[in-house]
Ligand binder design. Structure first.
Ligand code: GDP
Length: 333
């Protein structure tokens, strides 16, 4: 039963990592949650229904404008969170045009669908922008980390498409006075992260090595550094951005940066292995045509104005992920 006085939310990208965390958070805050689900016979449908039975799924695709109009008419949302994207940097080099259509133009489609259906201009819109827009090169890297004023230099088709999404969101805010904001989120990980991302790839392999199911892990470069936080903390920041009186963009980050090697070392320590080197092989297939060297965010504006701060620290994140993968892998045959 859909209640008349509950706040209503439409989440695109409901089957992804952040979609699940956000659905859970907003359900807990008594929202009626609608999620846009892509494709015929989507393999993630059953798992999503099982884990988030309170979400009403609406079939659609951010590349199909007409489906977004329909989703707006069905959900009648107060808030829209656009989390749908081809979100893997490495993959975006392999499908650059599709990435532009989904991760870039998809944002415009969603904004237009809101603009033409929301005649009172009441809907609040969140765009999932990313630290990948900064590019991590030395010349544009502020000492205390990237902030809302830093310059952009994306290094992948994903980063370029996300930058389009960032600017078109800003443009709709300025042109049509929409409450449309971007959260510029640094890497956020956790037990729901896809196995194609390096953190989860490592924690899953570490669990399997511990259980004798795997002998080693193949990785690309280990020197890049990232500002890694816990996804569960970050969705709270997204929600806070839409509760403000004024629409503004915010960086969410931990303010710390760590190399993949550091992540590896902590993950192996969790299973009692101090020397991880015998278990890791380098494979150029996992290296990228252009690399983002170092990402470090400065979350001070979000801390000041949203009262947001990450709760889970770096060792806590690694621990949580290894523990979860040990649990998952030990239940599998
Ligand atoms: P990203 O920061 O959004 O690109 O998140 P990823 O988790 O995909 O990658 C983080 C960093 O890990 C990048 O610098 C990758 O080049 C590096 N990396 C090294 N080996 C791997 C690997 O096997 N898989 C992935 N996904 N990344 C790797």
């Amino acid at each position: 039963m859909v209640s008349a006085n509950k706040k209503r939310v439409l989440i695109t990208g409901i089957t992804g990592q952040d979609g699940g965390h956000l659905a859970k958070l907003l359900h807990g805050k008594n929202y009626e949650v609608f999620g846009l689900i892509r494709g015929q016979n989507n393999p993630k449908r059953e798992a999503t229904i099982k884990e988030y039975p309170y979400v009403t799924l609406i079939e659609g695709d951010v590349t199909d404008y007409s489906s977004l109009i329909r989703a707006m008419q069905v959900a009648k949302p107060d808030e829209v969170y656009n989390l749908a994207a081809i979100s893997h940097v490495g993959h975006s080099f392999k499908v650059p045009q599709l990435t532009s259509d989904v991760t870039g133009k998809g944002v415009l489609n969603m904004l237009e669908a809101i603009r033409v259906t929301d005649l009172e201009n009441k809907v609040r819109f969140y765009q999932a922008s990313t630290s990948e827009m900064f590019g991590g090169l030395e010349y544009n890297r502020p000492k205390n980390g990237y902030n809302e004023e830093s310059s952009f230099h994306p290094r992948s088709p994903y980063g370029v498409a996300k930058l389009y999404g960032f600017w078109i969101t800003k443009n709709y805010r300025e042109s049509y006075k929409m409450f449309a904001v971007s959260g510029i989120l640094f890497n956020h990980e956790g037990e729901r992260r896809g196995l194609e991302f390096v953190t989860r790839k490592i924690t899953n392999a570490v669990a399997r090595i511990k259980l004798g199911k795997q002998d080693f892990i193949e990785l690309g470069d280990l020197w890049p550094k990232r500002d890694w936080g816990y996804a569960g903390d970050y969705v709270e920041g997204m929600w806070r951005m839409l509760q403000r009186d004024e629409p503004k963009d915010y960086v969410l980050a931990t303010g710390e940066t760590h190399s993949i090697e550091e992540f590896l070392s902590l993950a192996f320590k969790e299973i009692g292995i101090d020397d991880w080197k015998p278990y890791v092989k380098q494979n150029p297939a996992f290296m990228r045509p252009a690399e983002v060297d170092l990402l470090l965010g400065d979350p001070s504006k979000a801390e000041r104005e949203l009262g947001w701060k990450r709760k889970v620290d770096f060792p806590g994140l690694v621990r949580l992920m290894v523990k979860s993968d040990l649990n998952i892998e030990s239940k599998k045959i």
